[in-house]
Ligand binder design. Structure first.
Ligand SMILES: NC(=O)c1ccc[n+]([C@@H]2O[C@H](COP(=O)([O-])OP(=O)(O)OC[C@H]3O[C@@H](n4cnc5c(N)ncnc54)[C@H](OP(=O)(O)O)[C@@H]3O)[C@@H](O)[C@H]2O)c1
Length: 389
């Protein structure tokens, strides 16, 4: 099916980082997304990729990639690209105030906002190059789809409205969610489709070191240790799911967030290289027909997302893989199921009798694949299939 789509030339911004390297691996051999250009900071621009990068992947880089010359992350240097994927840090990707202060969006008209803000990702969309971003800056912007490809690819249908509001013809901005959020919203989507709204969640995460980029957390801090705090992370866990699980209005011009979904989060960093674990307790809104653990596991096994139904080439066979074994999932063993595009779930149990929560489970997601580069690529595939690129 995938071969029917025209080839699209892709650039990767932040190509030397943890997420950037993962983009490059996932784009190798892609049926219609071709790696055309790589960009990084001024420190790296002008160097051959192999001389600038600290390659930390298990697969060696290809000869072609090793010889690619890194470009400055300037839109005029990526005019030969149909799409760019951004693995840029948030301080260069966009306006840092935007994600925490949505009111700031109202201080200028939406179009003025686009013209006034001079950050890298904005520069690209203004140059009519679509951007798929992993940075946090614009996730909560009312005109920016926040898409987890196996949950809400239908939110991409706001793109024509975004273009109209921003005065763009081809450019647009689509964001991925936070890497730990992705691992919980996929199971929530499966459960809500079958049993109605989830109302209250308590989640505890154990997040991998690669989530902090490279070199990330110093080894002296993380070996033989758990760090019970990740700056800014709990806020994202508590506030991004409502937009992802919400709906697009009838005119495809605004998102209605899922109301009444309350999430409490505790995030920790552990000495695992890749793969975030999330331990979830949840309560359904409908008190009259609370599902059993068995029904919950079955609903997750049966879940099929729109990305899968559309035949996107990177869509996993199972959006959720459910283990019966009590000691799974484990990051080292299970993070690469379906090339890292699947969230694996285990320990599905009912809550304590008479207790507050209905269901408990553990979820594992590969933070640089499903949690970052892989989701961006899958979002781009869906955008191509839907004709937005
Ligand atoms: N790591 C994860 O699991 C994960 C998951 C989801 C989302 N994210 C988000 O993805 C983004 C990238 O994360 P990461 O972990 O890959 O970070 P990283 O390893 O620190 O990589 C950052 C990249 O940005 C480039 N860069 C830095 N300053 C720049 C500038 N002024 N101009 C152009 N390029 C610049 C770096 O290039 P040089 O090599 O030249 O410095 C490098 O390629 C962040 O916004 C992060 O929050 C990360």
């Amino acid at each position: 099916m995938a071969t029917q789509y025209p080839k699209k030339k892709c650039g990767v911004l932040g190509a030397t980082g943890s997420v950037g390297q993962r983009f490059i691996l996932l784009l190798a051999d892609h049926p219609f997304l071709e790696l055309q250009a790589v960009g990084a900071s001024e420190r790296s621009a002008g160097k051959r990729y192999k001389d600038a990068v600290r390659w930390k992947q298990m697969t060696p880089m290809s000869e072609r990639l090793s010889q690619l010359v890194l470009r400055d992350c300037k839109a005029e240097q990526f005019q030969d690209c149909d799409i760019v994927f951004s693995g840029l840090n948030s301080d260069v990707a966009g306006d840092v105030g935007m994600e925490t202060n949505p009111i700031a969006f109202d201080h200028c008209s939406r179009k003025q906002w686009l013209i006034q803000v001079h950050f890298l990702e904005m520069e690209f969309i203004k140059a009519e190059i679509p951007v798929f971003s992993n940075a946090k800056n614009y996730r909560k912007h009312p005109l920016v789809p926040l898409v987890v490809p196996t949950v809400n690819p239908s939110h991409l249908d706001l793109i024509p409205h975004q273009r109209k509001e921003f005065g763009l013809k081809k450019g647009f901005l689509v964001c991925n969610s936070n890497c730990a959020v992705i691992g919980i919203v996929i199971p929530f989507a499966a459960l809500q489709a079958k049993f109605g709204p989830v109302e209250e969640v308590e989640v505890f995460t154990e997040q991998a070191i690669s989530g902090a980029g490279y070199p990330g957390v110093p080894s002296m801090d993380i070996v033989d240790n758990v760090i019970p705090y990740i700056s800014g992370e709990e806020d994202k866990l508590e506030n991004e799911a409502q937009k992802i699980l919400g709906s697009l209005n009838a005119g495809a011009s605004a998102f209605d967030e899922q109301k009444g979904l309350t999430i409490g989060a505790t995030c920790t960093r552990v000495g695992v290289t890749d793969g975030h674990m999330a331990f979830v307790s949840l309560r359904f809104k409908n008190r009259s027909a609370v599902p059993s653990a068995e029904e919950v596991a079955q609903a997750m096994r049966e879940y099929q997302s729109e990305a899968q139904k559309l035949g996107a080439p990177s869509a996993p066979k199972e959006a959720i893989f459910v283990f019966d074994e009590p000691d799974r999932p484990q990051p080292r063993l299970d993070r690469n199921i379906n090339n890292g595009y699947t969230v694996s779930v285990g320990r599905v149990r009912e809550g304590q009798k008479g207790g507050y929560f209905d269901i408990r489970f553990a979820a594992l997601s590969h933070n640089t694949v499903l949690g970052a580069a892989g989701s961006s690529i899958l979002n781009a595939e869906v955008a191509v299939i839907k004709g937005y690129v």
